[in-house]
Design a binder for this molecule. Structure first.
Ligand code: ATR
Length: 274
């Protein structure tokens, strides 16, 4: 049996175990997905040494995604984003030392969620609100897929610093958000605003428009105020559960080498969210 898991703190309410196990069951794979909740000072060693316990793969979540970067051999995308959320303890890859391979599937989570909804990224103007881990993954993913990215963040320096690392991107504060929203084709909320707080929104509704696609990284509540107002403006509204699903799908595919059973994984995820 192969053991996969999620390492973070806290991970008690994670939706990943049922989502991944639905995938194993559908493909008839002999595998389990469990959670690990180490103390902060033990996390890096646990991630680096997962293979010693016979673990086949780990997802990494808050607050250990940056620690993971230093505990693995990151692929180029994870290195650029500065965070690892998927560790593969599979056969050591060519030319590398004995450290496990690290990936960042949050980036694919963004582009595959948009793709699922028929949203084109290449050649579009994308506005990423937020410059934390989710914002970094979104900005690199969208730029790599051909979008012109602007990062807007409450702390302007963080946006400017991120934009400097992302090809062709610009960065700024939240003060110019209205104009940026009006000019954008794609909008990603990568802040925590709206999480467990249905009355809050990171983006005023006034300039949302029907040619816009809005992806909200927040998945609880499933329908945030931002998504509700985006839909009311005629925009394409994509909930954070799609990002969660596709980062998991991408990790599943990295680990198993199989095409993930997306529908079964999605059904398991939705069952947990309702
Ligand atoms: P994550 O890794 O989930 O992205 P994070 O690194 O803590 O988490 O980043 C949270 C993001 O939400 C940041 O962009 C943060 O803005 P700052 O960089 O200015 O802290 C943003 N954020 C959190 N609360 C916010 C609020 N009330 N208004 C606007 N932005 C907020």
């Amino acid at each position: 049996m192969d053991v996969y898991g999620l390492i973070g703190n806290p991970v008690g309410h994670s939706l990943s175990p049922p989502m991944h196990e639905a995938g194993y069951e559908t493909l008839g794979l002999d595998a389990r997905y469990v959670t690990f909740e180490p103390n902060a000072d033990a996390a890096a060693a646990a991630i680096e040494g997962g293979a010693d316990l016979g673990v086949a793969g780990l997802n990494v979540t808050v607050p250990f995604k940056r620690d993971a970067l230093g505990a693995v051999d990151p692929d180029p995308l994870a290195e650029r984003i500065g965070a690892v959320n998927t560790v593969d303890y599979g056969p050591v890859h060519e030319g590398e030392a004995d450290r496990p391979r690290g990936h960042n599937t949050d980036a694919a989570g963004v582009t595959r969620a948009l793709e699922h909804h028929g949203v084109t990224v290449d050649g579009r103007d994308a506005l990423v609100v937020g410059a934390g881990g989710a914002g970094r993954a979104a900005a690199f993913a969208l730029a790599d897929a051909g979008a012109a990215v602007h990062v807007a963040n409450r702390t302007v320096e963080r946006a400017v610093e991120l934009a400097a690392a992302v090809p062709g991107a610009t960065g700024g504060g939240l003060d110019e958000l209205d104009d940026r929203v009006a000019a954008a084709d794609l909008l990603v909320n990568a802040t925590s605003v709206g999480m467990e707080a249905p009355a809050e929104t990171p983006v005023p509704a006034d300039h949302l428009h029907e040619d816009l696609a809005v992806l909200d990284a927040v998945y609880a509540p499933a329908e945030t105020r931002l998504l509700r107002e985006a839909a009311a403006a005629g925009a394409t509204a994509v909930g954070g559960a799609w990002m969660l699903l596709y980062q998991g799908v991408e990790a599943f595919e990295v680990w198993t080498g199989e095409s993930a059973p997306v529908e079964a994984m999605n059904a398991a995820l939705r069952a947990e969210l309702t």
